[in-house]
Design a protein around this ligand. Structure first.
Ligand SMILES: Cc1ncc(COP(=O)(O)O)c(C=O)c1O
Length: 422
């Protein structure tokens, strides 16, 4: 009889060992209760304090508390000065809103294939993707590993492109010792349930540029003000949205922020324990942390080397079988994005607003989306599985070691895995 949990054996990660995220303490309770009893439930004193504290933590001149990372990304495209019909570069494999934020501003996403090793946009393929209509790029620090910002900024300077950093997964990730969100023109962070700083939902827009800040601050709240310091007169000066944070959520974020450095240190230690524990497993391609990059290990994403394990069928069949076996071991592995972005309907249909808009905008040039043009992203997509919660604080070495044992059990018994029909 096999000892694989999926076939009835004991789990490598016992039930209840992995703790919930985020850890909730008396500090969270007291901040949230004080906000609740303070009487201001809309954008309030905790939001203002969070803006100052987040800007200080990340090393930015300005932060604006938003109700999501997606809102902050949309603000970024607009505040960076993109115009209707502009082409904006973005990686072919990321969260959908890293690219739909571009469409929301009537611009067209142009996808760049992945670098397999880092899983980020291939910085050596950016220049070839630039068109005469390209004015900006969204640079996603995927899974908590920074993109090589030296190369990105060199291309941006050469071609006069704005850079919007998508740091939604990358709190505290560093390139050459510098925090993400401080390289480009502006950046977006998410504070949703699963993120390294969690307040349920929420996010932040950050920038070091005064003009970008003024624009973002205005359109964040109905386009109501002409400068960030002006009082509201309820006149819509520009097209804006309602992207404000609320006080209770900001209070939760502030309480969590006091422990963020500690959380990230734990996450990094746990990732190192896991990396050591899974070293040399045949058929497993673990994530990397190249020199000059400091990972935050938001998502520990691995790939399966189908050739090494002698699998010639559909990669997703083997990947899904491995993932299910890991889940049965209690490992909490999961597939993240199941489709690369150029294969998603919202982009392929080229009809976001009806009448083919914004792709038919008279100020633009056509952009085609052919998934075959992104073979690296597709290979990554079909062979990956990721994991978040087991590495998060307060989980510790014991959890990371149990997860490593789960990986060993499954990869050393691949011949026993139940396979779905192809
Ligand atoms: C890379 C990336 N960009 C953008 C977002 C959007 O963040 P939010 O869910 O806060 O809108 C997410 C999170 O889901 C993400 O992972």
């Amino acid at each position: 009889m096999s000892n694989l949990a999926i076939l009835g054996g004991a789990r490598a990660v016992p039930e209840g060992l992995i703790k919930q995220w985020p850890p909730i303490s008396d500090l969270d309770r007291s901040y949230v209760m004080a906000s609740l009893e303070g009487g201001i439930h809309t954008f309030g004193p905790n939001c203002e304090a969070l803006e100052a504290e987040w800007a200080a933590w990340n090393g930015n001149q300005h932060a604006i508390a938003t109700n999501s990372g997606t809102a902050a990304l949309h603000m970024g495209i607009a505040a960076a000065g993109c115009n209707a019909g502009d082409h904006v570069l973005v990686t072919a494999y990321t969260w959908s809103s890293s690219a739909t934020c571009i469409i929301h501003h009537n611009c067209l996403p142009v996808f760049v294939d992945l670098d397999f090793e880092t899983m980020n946009m291939d910085v050596d393929k950016i220049e070839a993707a630039i068109t005469p209509k390209t004015t900006a790029m969204v640079v996603v620090h995927l899974h908590g590993l920074a993109v090589n910002m030296e190369k990105v900024m060199a291309v941006a300077r050469k071609h006069n492109l704005k850079v919007i950093e998508d740091c939604c997964q990358a709190h505290g990730a560093l390139f050459d010792g510098q925090k993400v969100g401080t390289f480009g023109d502006c950046a977006a962070f998410s504070f949703n349930q699963n993120k390294c700083l969690c307040s349920g939902e929420g996010g932040a827009f950050v920038t070091n540029n005064e003009e970008t800040y003024a624009t973002a601050r205005s359109l964040w709240s109905f386009g109501e003000t002409r400068t960030p310091l002006e009082a509201r007169d309820y006149h819509a000066y520009a097209l804006g949205w309602m992207y404000r944070q609320n006080d209770m959520t900001a209070a939760f974020a502030r309480a969590q922020l006091t422990r963020l450095d500690e959380y990230l240190a734990t996450q990094r230690e746990n990732a190192q324990t896991l990396l050591t524990g899974i070293q040399g497993i045949k058929g497993l391609i673990p994530p990397v942390e190249p020199p000059r990059h400091t990972h935050n290990w938001y998502n520990f994403t691995s790939r399966i080397d189908m050739e090494a394990i002698g699998w010639t069928g559909e990669p997703t069949v083997m990947r899904d079988a491995i993932m299910k076996a890991l889940q049965a071991e209690g490992v909490e592995a999961g597939v993240w994005q199941q489709f690369i972005l150029p294969a998603m309907t919202v982009f392929r249909a080229q009809n976001a607003y009806g009448w083919g808009c914004p792709w038919t905008c008279p100020h633009t040039e056509p952009v085609e989306y052919n998934p075959e043009d992104y073979p690296v992203a597709q290979k990554h997509c079909d062979t990956h599985f990721g994991m978040t919660r087991p590495l998060r604080a307060p989980n510790d070495k014991q959890v990371a070691e149990a997860v490593a044992e789960g990986f060993h059990k499954v990869f050393e018994n691949l011949d026993q895995l139940p396979l779905a029909e192809a």
